[in-house]
Design a protein around this ligand. Structure first.
Ligand SMILES: [Zn+2]
Length: 276
């Protein structure tokens, strides 16, 4: 068993990168060694490796958190223990309506996962602005509906764990729904996304955030680089709206990736359908 390597990106905040899609798992550890696992990882080998890394450091898993109800963020390993895996109440509802489709996607992408541990999430009380015990204390919760309803970000000291937002690899991925999903996608996905960027940016400014940990792609450090992330995502949304209205094709270096370009095409199609 190879333990996954964990890089400390801010005091008490450790990140391991997945083999798939440069996905990030974060582990937040307090001084007593009590650990919160955020988006545990994807393949069975990685989940095994995460368990090994936590054991090697002598940490105790106190709780989990899923940033949002997409299959690659709601996995778990039996040896991480039976602890609450927090998510927003809205995320729990979305997961309940999409479990079958979502599990089929997980089982195909990462064979050998345990279905009974898939998407077993504990709803945070709506009024909670921090993760409750048994999670380590002092982890603030931000909620928004960009990308998928019930998305959360976690603020830990100078780090902000943002799930599938603010990626250097992916353009903003709008909530345009999945085929076969038991849910209507929203009527203003760009507006929802802009509102979330505003929320995250004002929170980052207030808290003095210096490190952004996204769900996919490299960690971003320093307030100037963080400002660039926000500006680039807003520029993408502006360009997307212009393109959907018949303007020039969007230019964004992240569209060089074939999968990202497919998501972009789906955004244009959805905005045109909403306008039509
Ligand atoms: Zn996602």
């Amino acid at each position: 068993m190879t333990a996954r390597s964990l890089a400390e990106v801010a005091p008490g905040v450790f990140v391991a990168e997945s083999e798939i899609w440069a996905s990030n798992t974060a582990v937040v550890v307090d001084r007593s060694g009590s650990a919160l696992i955020v988006d545990p990882g994807i393949t069975t080998a990685e989940l095994d490796g995460l368990v090994a890394a936590i054991r090697a450091r002598g940490w105790r898993v106190a709780a989990g958190a899923a940033t949002h109800p997409h299959w690659d963020h709601v996995l778990w390993h039996p040896d991480l223990g039976e602890v609450p895996r927090f998510a927003t109440a809205r995320a729990v509802a979305v997961m309940a309506g999409d479990r079958g489709r979502s599990w089929a996607e997980a089982a195909q992408a990462a064979p050998g996962l345990e279905e009974e541990l898939f998407g077993v999430l504990a709803a945070l009380p709506d009024e909670a602005d921090e993760l409750p015990p048994p999670a380590p204390s002092g982890i603030a919760v931000l909620r928004h509906d960009a990308h998928v309803p019930g998305h959360l970000a976690l603020a830990v000291g100078e780090a902000l764990l943002v799930g599938d937002m603010l990626s250097q690899r992916e353009v903003p991925l709008l909530d345009v729904g999945h085929a076969g999903e038991d849910r209507e996608p929203p009527s203003d996905p760009v507006g929802d996304y802009r509102a979330a960027l505003d929320l995250l940016e004002s929170s980052a400014a207030r808290r003095g955030t210096r490190v952004i940990v996204p769900g996919h792609g490299p960690v971003t450090r320093g307030s100037e680089a963080i400002a660039v992330l926000f500006a680039r995502d807003r520029a993408y949304l502006d360009a997307l709206e212009r393109e959907a209205a018949g303007g020039e094709p969007t230019t964004d270096a992240r569209l060089a990736d074939e999968w990202v370009a497919q998501q972009h095409a789906a955004h244009v199609a959805r905005l045109r359908a909403l306008a039509g």
